[in-house]
Design a protein around this ligand. Structure first.
Ligand code: ADP
Ligand code: MG
Length: 700
């Protein structure tokens, strides 16, 4: 009896588990696994389907196959093109085959002679049959057919914990742990959503009998992640609605109508629709918290300007915050021209203004003078100086934040906290599909500009190889000779040994010594001090620079209508949405514009880049980007307001997300505070997982 295994509970520390010593416990801690229960939540990141393993002798070229074989020899081969290939010969009881991983010489350290590999991919003919593993797992040297006939869960490994060790430990304790897991979702939600119960789901993700089971288990976990995010979003919204502490503007049709009449163009249908949504919000007694998303050039600025005028004609100040000084100046200039006939003079506030001027603007904003007679309240355009310079607003009623992802959550909040709890309009030029927007921006209302102002010429976009480089540069030079300007963009500032990439600094020297020797060339990148950067951009805008060699710093909405060429080298290094932003820098004037990508790219990159070459629709491009590269790239770290998901992929799981949103809405409709007894387990889990839930639901 003394040797009976102690009962393992969900809260038993992992150190007490068989097979886990202090070293492995430390490694588990890095994966956020401290207890046996946490182990259940260490979700496999992929599966290998070993239920259809082929005998090596039977493999035919031209088909996909999965094999399990022992490495009997291996090595790294150089090729003529300079690419290095890792090769290994795999053997099972029926025969052997060569497997090749081009461009992955580092695998020589991860795969040893004697290791057993599970690998799947196409079988090709290359001096005999050759397997090109698309996916593979190293089962280690002492594998006795554990994988055969099963769907193998592959866990994210970490130093000191191979996926196999994790799998062994999870598998050894699964039967003891699962019966202890209690469902926390009310039965009706599970039923209506058609997802598995939690214990079943965990069994299926860790020990699936088939790929379909693994996916069904995953769906339940994805569903609950999406459900919780929607629940929190909807709660934020309903609390805001209850608070009803917004300004109630009146649609006086004074300044807004006059702008509409003096505007040199008519608004697009999309602009009219978005504006109606915004005006409705502003005229209600709750506070507006709306995101306006639209492609580059879809005309977001004018929409924001109408909203600002609505505030002004109600006696409130309005502010537009933008990420760069240059953009502030640009908006300020266009607005000044548009508002001149209305007798409104916008103010500009940026960090580089002389201190005296800055103070004068700040003083005016702080003065509590309600708009009387022909004096309208202030409309100010500025950078983060609007929040930084301790700027006080006497009567701020409306705030628009352009290129909102360029600001941190804190900066956005700081501006929104000024004045009298102003209505807030966020603007984003990374358009994403509506269903995805509803998931990631679920706590905001969303308006979409899905239409472009008429009369825009399409930009000619091409993908060229390096062999065409010289001709491309000659073409650029001819455009410059015609009086146009060009951008040449590189992925990195400086060359490095690790990455074999052309860099902005070296190419700047090369271009200005060679192909553009007789042109005015300048260099712009993130390490150029901000004031110098603005100065260079100003000179480019004023036509004093012909060719601007740059990194992605030029991405943000700068408007130089005379620039007609955008050359991008190493395009494979950029996300599609990023390329789209870059391309948006040209095609802003009446002349035909060009976007030329130069690079010798592999077939995968070529296919991806082709999407960009073929369309100018930012929604399509963002969607492709999301499918191929996932959420991380589109929402960089700066976009810190966006929820992160461990299992769910809000893009691929759009249908599941819709169900989760509906379920969250249903639940809150009957139990808005989650106080019902039935909902107590759900409330507890919510509180454990989401810090925000504590304030939102007073759980704890
Ligand atoms: P973005 O959405 O990228 O911020 P902007 O607001 O800068 O786009 O608008 C791009 C250009 O389109 C500007 O020059 C603007 O004057 C023009 N524009 C906006 N709306 C219209 C319209 N309805 N008709 C014609 N031109 C428009
Ligand atoms: Mg803009």
């Amino acid at each position: 009896m003394a040797t009976a295994t102690p009962r393992i509970a969900l809260d038993t520390p992992v150190t007490f588990l068989k097979g886990v010593g202090p070293r492995r416990a430390a490694a588990f801690a890095k994966l956020n696994v401290k207890t046996a229960g946490d182990l259940l939540w260490l979700i496999p990141h992929r599966y290998e389907d070993a239920s259809t393993v082929s005998r090596i002798a039977t493999l035919r070229t031209g088909a996909d196959a999965t094999v399990i074989g022992r490495v009997i020899s291996k090595g790294v081969l150089p090729t003529r093109k300079g690419l290095r290939i890792f090769q290994a010969v795999l053997q099972d009881e029926s025969g052997m085959i060569e497997a090749a991983w081009p461009g992955q010489p580092f695998l020589d350290r991860a795969i040893e002679k004697g290791d057993v590999l599970l690998a799947s991919g196409p079988v090709r003919f290359y001096h005999g049959r050759q397997l090109a593993p698309r996916e593979w797992v190293n089962l280690g040297p002492d594998d006795e057919g554990t994988a055969h006939g099963r769907v193998l869960a592959v866990y994210p490994a970490t130093e000191g914990l191979s996926f196999k060790v994790i799998r062994g430990i999870v598998d050894a304790h699964l039967d003891q742990l699962l019966p202890q897991v209690k469902e926390y979702f009310p039965g009706r939600i599970i039923e209506r959503a058609g997802v598995a119960g939690i214990a079943d789901a965990l069994r299926m993700v860790h020990r699936p009998q088939s790929m379909a089971e693994a996916m069904a288990g995953r769906d339940r976990l994805a569903f609950e992640e999406l459900f919780f995010v929607h629940l929190l979003h909807q709660r934020v919204k309903s609390l805001a609605r209850e608070a009803r502490r917004g300004i109630r503007f009146e649609n006086r049709r004074n300044l807004t109508t006059r702008l509409r009449e003096s505007l040199p163009y008519v608004l697009t249908n999309a602009q009219v629709r978005a504006l109606r949504e915004i005006v409705d919000d502003m005229c209600s007694d709750r506070r507006m918290h709306r995101l306006l998303q639209g492609d580059v050039g879809s005309g977001k600025t004018i929409v924001a300007l109408f909203a600002a005028l609505l505030a002004l004609e109600n006696g409130y100040q309005a502010a537009l915050m933008v990420p760069t000084e240059l953009l502030a100046e640009q908006h300020h200039r266009t607005m000044t021209a548009l508002l001149e006939p209305l007798g409104v003079t916008p103010l500009l506030l940026t960090g580089s203004l002389p201190a005296r001027q800055r103070k004068a603007v700040a003083r005016r904003l702080a003065q509590a003078e309600p708009g009387l007679g022909d004096e309208w309240p202030e409309l100010v355009v500025g950078t983060h100086a609007l929040v930084q310079e301790a700027t006080a607003f006497a009567r701020l009623g409306f705030v628009a934040i352009d290129e909102q992802h360029r600001f941190g959550v804190e900066q956005r909040k700081a501006l929104a906290a000024k004045g009298e709890l102003p209505d807030v309009l966020l603007m984003s030029a990374t358009p994403i599909p509506r269903s995805l927007a509803l998931t990631v921006y679920g706590d905001l209302d969303v308006s979409i500009l899905d239409e472009r102002p008429p009369g825009r010429r399409p930009i000619t976009t091409t993908l060229r190889t390096n062999s065409a480089r010289e001709r491309v540069l000659q073409f650029v030079d001819r455009e410059v000779a015609k009086g146009r300007q060009a951008y040449v963009v590189y992925p990195v500032i400086e060359e490095s040994e690790k990455l074999d990439l052309k860099a902005a600094t070296t190419m700047y020297d090369e271009l200005r010594a060679g192909p553009f020797a007789h042109r005015r060339v300048a260099l712009l990148h993130g390490r150029v001090p901000a004031d110098e950067r603005d100065d260079i951009m100003r000179r480019f805008r004023d036509g004093a620079i012909d060719v601007l060699v740059a990194t992605t710093v030029i991405e943000v909405g700068i408007d130089v209508p005379n620039a007609t060429v955008m050359v991008i080298e190493h395009p494979e290094r950029f996300g599609l949405s990023q390329l789209h932003q870059l391309r948006g820098r040209v095609g802003r004037g009446g002349e035909q514009s060009y976007c030329i990508l130069i690079g010798d790219v592999g077939p995968d990159s070529r296919a991806r880049l082709q999407v960009f070459v073929d369309t100018e629709d930012g929604f399509k491009i963002a969607e492709a980007d999301l499918r191929i590269r996932g959420m991380g790239d589109l929402f960089g770290e700066r976009q810190s307001g966006v929820p992160t998901f461990r299992v769910a992929d809000p893009m691929r799981d759009a249908a599941l997300s819709d169900r989760a949103r509906a379920a969250a809405g249903d639940l809150l409709a009957v139990d808005p505070d989650l106080r019902a007894r039935d909902d107590a387990p759900l409330r507890r889990v919510l509180g454990e997982r989401y810090a925000r839930a504590v304030e939102l639901f007073h759980v704890g």
